[in-house]
Design a protein around this ligand. Structure first.
Ligand SMILES: [Mn+2]
Length: 416
């Protein structure tokens, strides 16, 4: 008989114990950075090109998902040169699903690539930390096996990915920030008013009008759309949107503790915290930004409005309001393989489905030949679909039934 599932409280207790012991070098399980596995770095900045660089090219590459060969051919296709000091940024989900996650991380570390944390990095790290906590906290290897058995197949696969990485590779992945500020990629010139464009890289999206430090890390790694409150409902979501919002909160809690459903109290507390976050953040938002972008709540489903569409509208309004002298903010992201390549004026959706046999895409910023400015273009290569992981028949059947039920309920599973 399997032991009762861990409650969210159990998990928090186990993880905090593990974090306390993580600085203890005497512990064989200590990785020194385990607290970073479940508490990601919120934001960091990409270092500018080094003074010795002979090229200022910047490559931003979509979701690699362990497809090492595709990444290598894309770098070759784009004419990437480490010797010239070119910089590469990955949009997250560089590991899991594909055949060679350790190979991708090894290449990224060796070449000094930057990346953000995607939902797959987050899941892989979280499951590893949880598994270590379970082993330490309940029944050693035996208890761990029973806990693993009860996990859904995709979580067991993520745990296998975590264990395929070396401790140094896991530590590197754990350092990846949720938001990466790249800085100015297209400088403004006096002739066009001085404005220019800066670039942010995230895995899934950002809530327009909300300060970066107020963005919810889970939402930045998972969001697709925004729900807007209704004026006639005094700023509250419609009943329909509220149901969508609740579903998204459940997914967030499940991501944080895959081994147990939250209690009603935990769910209610998280839903309240989330709504408060956006209400409080709205008060902090400057009046100027409030005019262009009403506050909204991000969700991981496809109901509501695309965050990228709203982001573009906000940037266009800002430029209209402040003129060409103001800096505008572009965002490069991945995550949305079903939507596919999605390039707009101020947003670049770069997940073109490599792991499903689509393409791997790079957004390249480079000076034009006459040195008159910086331009961007896309380079991509075709990918072979990753092989499906080994079968586990009983579980497969159950998961197929669950999926079938979800489909009948009109829901589609998001696995990006
Ligand atoms: Mn993703």
């Amino acid at each position: 008989m399997s032991p009762p599932p861990f409650t969210t409280l159990d998990v928090q207790r186990l993880l905090s114990r593990l974090q306390l012991s993580s600085s203890d070098d005497a512990s064989p399980r200590a990785e020194g950075t385990l607290s970073k596995f479940t508490n990601p770095t919120h934001m960091s900045s990409l270092p500018p090109p080094s003074p010795s660089s002979s090229s200022t090219r910047l490559l931003v590459i979509g979701d690699v998902h362990g497809q090492l060969r595709s990444l290598q051919s894309l770098l070759a296709e784009a004419g990437y040169s480490r010797e010239r000091g070119e910089r590469v940024v990955l949009t997250g989900d560089i590991i899991n699903k594909g055949a060679d996650s350790p190979g991708v991380v090894a290449l990224a570390m060796a070449e000094g690539f930057a990346s953000v944390r995607g939902n797959h990095e987050d899941r892989v790290l979280r499951l590893f930390a949880l598994a270590e906590a379970v082993r330490a906290g309940r029944g050693g290897d035996e208890g761990l096996r029973a806990w693993e058995e009860a996990l859904p197949k995709s979580d067991r696969a993520a745990l296998a990915t975590a264990r395929s990485l070396s401790p140094e590779q896991r530590a590197w992945v754990a350092e990846l920030p949720v938001i990466l500020r790249v800085g100015t990629v297209i400088p403004g010139s006096p002739s066009d008013g001085g404005g220019g464009h800066e670039l942010l890289v995230v895995h899934a999206g950002l809530v327009p009008g909300l300060p970066l430090e107020d963005q919810d890390p889970w939402a930045v790694m998972n969001m697709r759309t925004l729900l807007f409150p209704e004026e006639k409902k005094k700023g509250k979501l419609s009943a329909e949107d509220h149901a969508v919002f609740e579903e998204s909160v459940r997914t967030k809690l499940k991501d944080q503790n895959p081994s147990a459903a939250p209690t009603d109290e935990e769910f209610a507390a998280e839903a309240r915290r989330t709504l408060d976050r956006y209400a409080v953040a709205l008060q902090r938002t400057t009046n100027k930004d409030k005019e262009t972008t009403p506050v909204s709540t991000p969700v991981d489903t496809r109901e509501g409005r695309s965050w990228a569409t709203v982001w573009n509208e906000a940037q266009q309004q800002r430029r209209h309001r402040d003129g060409a002298k103001s800096m505008t903010t572009m965002v490069a992201y991945g995550h949305d393989a079903r939507q596919g390549l999605n390039v707009k004026e101020f947003t670049f959706g770069l997940d073109s489905g490599c792991v499903k046999g689509g393409r791997l895409t790079a957004l390249v910023f480079e000076p034009d030949d006459e040195g008159r400015g910086v331009w961007h273009r896309l380079v991509s290569v075709a990918c072979e679909a990753a092989e499906a992981p080994a079968k586990d028949e009983n579980k497969d059947k159950k998961e197929k039934r669950d999926k079938e039920k979800k489909r009948k309920d009109g829901k589609k599973e998001n696995t990006d």
